[in-house]
Design a protein around this ligand. Structure first.
Ligand SMILES: *Cc1c(COP(=O)(O)O)cnc(C)c1O
Length: 371
């Protein structure tokens, strides 16, 4: 029986491997193993690609979010106890960054058609203590940022994009990461542009925010041995910076590979038991970090897929308010959309490990499923 892997990172990185090897050797021979030209070069290239004035390399995506919020606290824009609106169906890092800073996450239900935060649901969560909205471009799809920006402007809120999953997506010529006041990127190995370890970045066009994040990531150091803030060590490893620099210029190509597979699934899957994700009219609005269907009898469906050689995954099986670490604080909340999404979502293979023929065969296997 043929096997359809969900993801194999060695396969994903194979086309880049000789250039990655060169980049690693360049850093090894440079004698500069923290900061330096490699990190600065990465920051310049990311800012130019996204269209922001600044990019700051950091240790990972969670730290990018933590540092943005911490910087706003240091700048006096928000203070512990203030509220940040987050989607109820995100990866837990979005919420951890909020609670880590003593801020209060307020969970907005997603729009069921896109599984993304929208202004209507976010608007219901605004109180006098709200200071920011954190749109997560989940699965690679751009959130409706114009309407979220109108909401933010009406209530003087910051927009902090969690762009861990949507690097390269754009709407109206503006890229994710340049749509709000600040954005967090993750280059975790499984992301669309992945390092060979942990890595992340903050983008912004706010010079004060950029300077504050830069200081905070390096012990709160403003200039050497002068610590303006009680900071952290959240620096980007130059080895990882060098690797990401190899892959960054091919972000568009990587997105197109995923779009081709998504188009095949969308055209061919027609099992009435499977709810397919909505495909945006403008393909640039989705980079398909995941191709996520919804299905009532998920366990049966996934077992059937596996019996036919098809690996799948679930992003994510437990909603935030029912995670053990948050159960005491938020377990009483009723978030029926997030709960349904957590019960029904299944991610299908959509990386370079899957060929167009594989996707056609997977669609055929799915269509033969009889629940
Ligand atoms: C991966 C991810 C993060 C965290 O990134 P790390 O680099 O793993 O810390 C944050 N938010 C979302 C939505 C993610 O998918």
């Amino acid at each position: 029986m043929k096997h359809y892997p969900f993801l194999n990172l060695a396969t994903v990185n194979e086309p880049y491997m000789s250039r990655i090897e060169q980049a690693l050797l360049r850093v090894a021979h440079s004698g500069r193993y923290v900061g330096g030209d490699e990190v600065c070069g990465f920051e310049r290239e990311l800012a130019a690609m996204i269209g922001t004035d600044y990019a700051v390399g950091v240790s990972n995506g969670l730290d990018a979010l933590r540092l943005i919020l911490r910087a706003y606290i240091e700048m006096g824009v928000m203070k512990p106890g203030d509220e940040v609106i987050v989607p109820s169906n995100t990866y837990i890092a979005s919420v951890l960054a909020v609670t880590d800073n003593g801020l209060v996450p307020v969970f907005a239900e997603p729009d069921l058609a896109t599984l993304n935060l929208d202004a209507t649901n976010a608007g219901r969560c605004v109180t006098s203590r709200t200071r920011a909205i954190m749109p997560v471009h989940l699965y690679g799809r751009v959130c409706p940022t114009e309407s979220l920006k109108e909401l933010a402007a009406a209530h003087s809120l910051k927009i902090i994009e969690d762009n861990a999953q949507a690097i390269g997506a754009a709407k109206g010529g503006v890229m994710t990461g340049a749509m709000g006041d600040a954005a967090a990127f993750s280059f975790y190995p499984t992301k669309n542009i992945g390092a060979l370890g942990d890595a992340g970045a903050v983008t912004t066009s706010d010079s004060e925010l950029a300077a504050t994040v830069m200081a905070l990531r390096n012990y709160g150091t403003e200039r050497q041995y002068h610590n303006l803030y009680a900071g952290l060590n959240c620096r980007l490893d130059p080895l990882q910076a060098a690797i990401i620099r190899v892959k960054l210029p091919l972000t568009g190509y990587e997105s197109d590979c995923r779009r081709d597979l998504a188009r095949i699934y969308d055209a061919l899957i027609d099992n009435p038991a499977i709810l397919k994700p909505a495909v945006p009219d403008d393909p640039s609005e989705h980079v398909w970090h995941q191709y996520v269907v919804m299905v009532d009898r998920r366990d049966d469906f996934r077992r059937y897929l596996l019996d036919n050689g098809v690996e799948s995954a679930v992003h994510y099986p437990t909603p935030m308010h029912h995670q053990p670490c948050y159960e005491n604080q938020f377990g009483h909340l009723r978030l029926p959309v997030a709960e349904r999404v957590a019960r029904e979502v299944v991610s299908l293979p959509v990386t370079r490990c899957t060929s167009a023929d594989d996707a056609r065969e997977i669609a055929g296997i799915i269509n033969r499923w009889q629940p």
